[in-house]
Design a protein around this ligand. Sequence first.
Ligand code: CP
Length: 306
Amino acid sequence: MRSLIDIVDFSVEELDALIATACDIIDNPAKYSEKCKGKKLATLFFEPSTRTRLSFEAAMYELGGNVIGFSEAKSSSAAKGESVADTAKVISCYADIIAMRHPKEGAAYVAAKNATIPVINAGDGGHCHPTQTLADLLTIYREKGRFDNLTVGFCGDLKFGRTVHSLINALSRYTGIKIVLISPLELKLPSYVKKDVLEKNNITYVQTTDLEEVMPELDVLYMTRVQRERFFNEEDYLRLKDSYILEPSKLKNAKSDLCIMHPLPRVNEISVAIDDDPRACYFKQVLNGKYMRMALILKLLEEAAK
Ligand code: CP
C-alpha cells in the first residue's frame, strides 16, 4: 500500500507529475469535481492545525468525496490509551485514505505499517511535513518557473522546523541549488540533515546568523516560526522567539523578484506591512497546498485501486 510519510518517498518524476495534476486542477476544476465520489478521507489530528487539516478537508470535498475524523487527541480514544497502530487498523475499516498529524516523530510511519489504506503524514513532531513541502514546491514552481539554480534562504527555527527539513530534502534533488541557513546558534539545522541530505547530495550551503547580510543573493526566502511547542523550557523560547522579524526596511537590498514564503502560522516573524508587497507569497502558498493535496489524494487512491 503506497503512503506518503517523507517527501523522498516520491521520486522527482512523481513530484513533477503531482505539480502537473495540481496545475490542471487549477485550470479545469470541474473536471475533478466528482473524481472521489463515494470515497472517504479520515483526518486524524492529534495536534492542532488550521491549514493542513482544513485544506485536506476542502481538497476532498472539491473532489466530490467525504470526510470523517477528529481535530484533537482528547476527543479520540487516544485519550484512553489506544495506540497509533490500533487507531490505524480501526480507521481502515471506515475510510479509504488517512491524513494524520501527531506530535511524535515516526507516528505516521507506524500508522502506515498497520493501516490497510494509504496514510499521509500531515506532520510528525519535529521530523517532517511532506504535504507542506508539496505546497512549497508548487509555490516555487508557479513563482520562479523552475527548481534548478535557485538560492534558497531558510530563516528562523531550523532545528525544530519540520517544514524546513522536508523542503531541504526535496530541493536537494535538483541541480545548482544553494541553501543559506539563517538561524540563532541554538536553532541551527540538525547535523543529521546537514550530513544525510546536504552533504550527501553535494549541495552548497552556508550558515549565518545575519539575515540582512545574505538577503541580496536570495531567490527564495523561507521564514519560519520559532516552535514554542517543541521547547523544553519557556525561558529559552522567550529569549529566541523574536530573533528574526522581517520588516520592509530589511528588504531594501533584496531582489525585486524575491519569493517570500512562510508555512504559517506566523507569530511575529513577518510584519503585516510586508503582506501587500508583491514578493509576499505566503497566502498563495496556503491555496497551493489545497491543490497539491487534491493531486496527492487522487494519486494515492488511484494506486490503492490497482
Ligand atoms: N503550515 C501548517 O502546517 O499549518 P497548520 O499547523 O495550521 O496546519
